[in-house]
Design a protein around this ligand. Structure first.
Ligand code: DX5
Ligand code: ZN
Length: 212
């Protein structure tokens, strides 16, 4: 079985104790750290910006998996790359020229991700799969942690998997717990983002393990 990359979302962490909460998931064996960037335009919420990513970079060697839920991502890609993002994922719905954004991310020598919202059809991503490192299938409407998993969204995974090169990471994000993780991995997802399920559990290590 191929490796499953667990990416705890710090949106559910305590922002006043961010370093402590990052260490909690790092010590519990998580591979990646999911950083949700929201601008109050593409989504109705405002969260983390470049300075926070740069501070996080100083306290952890984990892979920084940065999810840009922002309009005009081209304006900020350079800054997030320089701040230490390892993977930058933009939204298909937020850009006019997908290829231009992909090549901009690549020009910084980091991994390129693209995401689709629940109402976006899976076939729109097919032309880009061979040039992406990661494809994120949202399983909730982006904007907030703690929402309920939408099973219909997970049904896009096998359709994308069928067209994807072997090395493409297929990630899911939103409402992931032990049960919904199983559904997604059985469809072919190999990276799981989880916020509330990990951070609101009493035993973070077991929570992470239960997703595998
Ligand atoms: C939602 C974010 C998610 C969020 C997931 O827009 O992209 O990463 O933190 O939170 P849970 O796992 O609680 O649904
Ligand atoms: Zn996210």
């Amino acid at each position: 079985m191929s490796k499953i990359f667990i990416s705890p979302s710090i949106l559910s962490a305590d922002f006043a104790n961010l370093e402590r909460d990052i260490k909690l998931v790092e010590n519990a064996g998580a591979d990646w750290l999911h950083v949700d960037v929201m601008d109050g335009h593409f989504v109705p919420n405002i969260t983390i910006g470049v300075p926070v990513v740069s501070s996080i970079r100083k306290v952890t060697g984990m892979t920084l998996d940065v999810h840009l839920m922002i309009e005009n991502p081209e304006k900020y890609i350079g800054a997030f790359a320089k701040a230490g993002a390892d993977i930058l994922t933009f939204h298909y719905e937020a850009v006019k020229d997908v290829k231009e954004i992909m090549y901009l991310i690549k020009s910084y020598g980091i991994k390129t991700g693209m995401s689709i919202k629940p109402k976006t059809a899976p076939d729109v991503v097919f032309p880009y799969l061979k040039d992406l490192d990661l494809l994120l299938v949202m399983t909730v409407e982006p904007g907030f942690g703690g929402q309920k998993f939408m099973p219909d969204c997970a049904e896009k995974i096998p359709l994308i998997k069928e067209k994807a090169p072997e090395n493409l990471v297929i990630q899911v994000d939103g409402g992931i717990n032990a049960e919904t993780a199983r559904i997604c991995t059985s469809y072919g997802a190999n990276s799981l983002v989880a916020g509330n399920y990990i951070y609101k559990s009493d035993d973070i290590k077991s929570a992470i393990k239960s997703l595998l």
